[in-house]
Design a protein around this ligand. Structure first.
Ligand code: IPM
Ligand code: MN
Length: 360
């Protein structure tokens, strides 16, 4: 029996709806395997600003520190998007959470599901079989460097900095991941222009001999952006800095056919965080159309992180079954769409009983 305390940060928009379904699936896992998962919900994002004035209240951070893992829905609200200069923003909560918890590696698997190929905007034969894992550095680089305005207010700057230790720790994780997959690692950088990228290359090359089975190559980020679309199958594990990873992982997500399918894990030295890569989709909130699968697969990554491989595999199997049987929300099933809750129930029931019951 495993006991785990899970902090849940549902956030904004569709965040609470998709978290509910992931919790349902985790509860089914707990029932089936005799584990005990305790869930504690906290405020973060625009909802936290509305309630407390702060995007990441101390109480939330405290709850995260005390948990064994964090499940996050999504944050963001249009009232801030239209006003990028707002002093207090939901995104600050997420960035502070990453930094405070030391979540230095963001891991995003991108898989092309055969049954969904028709939904990919890319040619099917290009996408079929694509399966890559992106390791994005998450607590350094331009996101966290000095930023500001020049004295006269006419200029602005965002400094990009990295030090060796920040590169070393994620590089080991990425190499280790490659050894469990197809033994290929691609460092994406801009070493023809940026000094930070030259440091990344230097450090990654130094570490490479420790992983003799892994084939290492390098791509400039502009070329990588093109290669991900032209020939996604060439990639196994991609390692890259914070901002390049932000951009490339959204780009890579089109390969899967829907943003609503892609999970992520953010890991570091302490508690790890699991969240779908999609945003808060405010237009969809309350309409029961949000796809819960990305969050459910994020919960599966959490189970893997707990060392519960059998449980994680069962959740993934249940998700594949939902894809096969087209028990899917409208963006992936326009003819007979199911609600967020129906998709969650279908997956949770399969996890619990090993068989399916089609929703009415
Ligand atoms: C992401 C998001 C965040 C980021 C935003 C919300 C700050 O786009 O998790 O990829 O840029 O890291
Ligand atoms: Mn992003």
């Amino acid at each position: 029996v495993l006991r785990k305390k899970i902090a849940v940060l549902p956030g904004d928009g569709i965040g609470p709806e998709v978290c509910d379904e992931a919790i349902k699936v985790l509860e089914a896992v707990a029932d089936r395997f005799g584990h005990q998962f305790e869930f504690e919900t906290h405020l973060m994002g625009a909802c936290a600003i509305d309630a407390t004035g702060e995007p990441l209240p101390d109480k939330t951070l405290q709850g995260c520190f005390e948990a064994d893992a964090i499940l996050l829905g999504a944050i963001g609200d249009p009232k801030y998007d239209n006003n990028p200069a707002a002093k207090v923003r939901p995104e600050q909560g997420l960035l502070k959470l990453r930094k405070s918890l030391g979540l230095f590696a963001n891991i995003r698997p991108v898989t092309a599901y055969d049954v969904l190929l028709e939904h990919s905007p890319l040619k099917n034969e290009r996408v079929a079989g694509a399966d890559m894992l992106i390791y994005r550095e998450l607590t350094g680089g331009i996101y966290f460097g000095d930023k500001g305005r020049t004295e006269d207010g006419e200029g602005a700057y965002d400094h990009c900095t990295y030090d060796r230790s920040e590169i070393v720790r994620i590089t080991h994780l990425a190499f280790q991941a490659a050894t469990t997959r197809r033994n290929k690692l691609t460092l994406v950088d801009k070493a023809n222009v940026l000094e930070t990228s030259r440091l990344w290359r230097e450090v990654v090359k130094e570490i490479a001999p420790e992983y003799p089975d892994v084939e290492l190559d390098f791509l400039f980020v502009d070329n990588a952006a093109m290669q991900i679309i032209l020939n996604p199958k060439q990639f196994d594990v991609i390692l890259t800095e914070n901002m390049f990873g932000d951009i490339l992982s959204d780009e890579a997500s089109v390969i899967a056919g829907s943003l609503g399918l892609l999970p992520s894990a953010s890991v570091g030295n302490t508690v790890a965080l699991f969240e779908p890569i999609h945003g808060s989709f405010p237009q969809g909130a309350g309409k029961k159309i949000a796809n819960p699968i990305a969050t459910i697969l994020s919960a599966a990554m959490m189970l893997e992180h707990f060392g519960l491989q059998e449980e994680a595999d069962l959740v993934k199997k249940a998700v594949h079954n939902a894809l096969d049987k087209k028990v899917l929300t409208p963006e992936l099933n326009a003819t007979s769409p199911y609600t967020t809750e129906q998709v969650g129930n279908f997956i949770a029931y399969f996890v619990m009983h090993g068989i399916e019951v089609m929703p009415d």
